[in-house]
Write a protein that binds this ligand. Structure first.
Ligand SMILES: Nc1ncnc2c1ncn2[C@@H]1O[C@H](COP(=O)(O)OP(=O)(O)OP(=O)(O)O)[C@@H](O)[C@H]1O
Ligand SMILES: [Mg+2]
Length: 327
């Protein structure tokens, strides 16, 4: 079956006075209908840039400089602003960290929903309002019909993010891209929101790209997980495999640095050093200066891609695999 989203060798460049920064570098993955791909990595790894590239929402001068993006087998041009405006909403729904960036403070909840529905679906005002009520009911807004005329500021943060999810899903998109959808919310409502997103997307067969730095969210929500490091894909595979048996030394370090994984083990294990910035990446594997297993091959070009030395990890010396993989 054709995947809902397919990206291949995606690169994003930002031209600056001191040269071009490659902030996303050769990223490839598929997401099937109804599947949730978690995207993790430390701050600056390129998670949001990858999401923004697929949505056609990169801020200039950042732009897609290579690779392909296809939605249900149809090629998209993320640099074509007009074309991408048509894709967002109907093709791709979006959920961002702060619900207030997705909601217009000067429009009622009902007007925002009905306007989005009518922009993308061939329905009249009455039907659009009925759909808006149903959309609010589905995301668990009590007395939905009475809340249509409410303003965004009358809702709590958690309720606002429910409205954003309703807005992202109301035009029945094939793909939802959620960038840190629960980070700005109280811990007590975070799990409710991710569970809601998961249930609705499963029911509708919507593919989801879920960007988060929260490994707990990944463990509970995602089917597969992609680990980004310095703009590159370090590892990708089924959640259970990657979390319990990480193959890239960076993933292993990342797992060790999450509170859940190290609960009861005292202080968190941190990977020594810092992720290199775009524009000052070392040759070979970008992680090699921080990697205890690095050998000469890791410092040289070409760097390994996922699938070259290991089916899941972009690494010559996958964790627990013993002998050197053939270069
Ligand atoms: N306007 C810009 N000019 C130069 N570099 C930029 C610009 N915007 C972003 N970057 C760089 O792009 C890289 C990727 O950023 P991105 O926002 O995708 O990271 P992220 O993985 O989403 O991080 P976070 O977890 O903090 O959200 C970072 O190294 C960042 O410094
Ligand atoms: Mg980000």
């Amino acid at each position: 079956m054709t995947p809902t989203l397919s990206i291949r060798d995606l690169t994003v460049d930002i031209p600056t006075r001191r040269g071009t920064l490659r902030v996303v570098d050769g990223v490839s993955w598929d997401i099937a209908a109804g599947e949730i791909l978690g995207v993790v990595g430390e701050s600056g790894a390129g998670k949001s840039m990858t999401g923004a590239a697929v949505m056609g929402l990169l801020d200039r001068p950042a732009h897609v400089s290579g690779g392909t993006v296809a939605l249900k087998g149809e090629a998209l041009d993320p640099n074509d602003e007009d074309a991408m405006r048509g894709v967002r909403g109907r093709g791709i729904g979006m959920v961002f960290q702060d619900p207030l960036t997705s909601l217009d403070p000067l429009m009622t909840i009902g007007d925002q929903l009905t306007e989005t529905i009518r922009r993308h679906l061939p329905v009249g005002q009455g039907e659009a309002r009925e759909r808006a009520v149903r959309a609010l009911e589905e995301v668990g807004i009590p007395a939905a019909a009475d809340r249509l005329d409410a303003w965004p500021h009358e809702f709590s943060g958690g309720m606002r993010q429910r409205v954003v999810i309703a807005l992202a899903l109301c035009a029945e998109p094939d793909l939802v891209i959620a960038d840190e959808p629960t980070t700005a919310l109280d811990v007590s409502v975070q799990a409710q929101i991710t569970a809601l997103l998961k249930r609705l997307c499963r029911e509708r067969g919507t593919a989801v790209m879920l960007i988060t730095h929260d490994m707990g969210v990944i463990a509970e929500t995602a089917d597969r997980v992609a680990v980004l490091y310095a703009g590159r894909l370090a590892e990708i595979g089924p959640v259970r495999d990657v979390l319990t048996d990480p193959k890239h030394p960076y993933t292993q370090g990342l797992m060790g640095a999450t509170p859940a994984a190290s609960a009861g083990k005292g202080r968190l294990w941190q990977i020594p050093g810092a992720m290199p910035r775009a524009g000052s990446l070392p040759d070979g594997c970008a992680f090699h200066p921080r990697c205890g297993k690095a050998q000469d091959v890791c410092r040289r070009d070409p760097r390994p891609e996922v699938g070259r030395a290991h089916p899941r990890a972009a690494c010559w010396f996958p964790v627990g695999e013993g002998a050197e993989a053939t270069a």
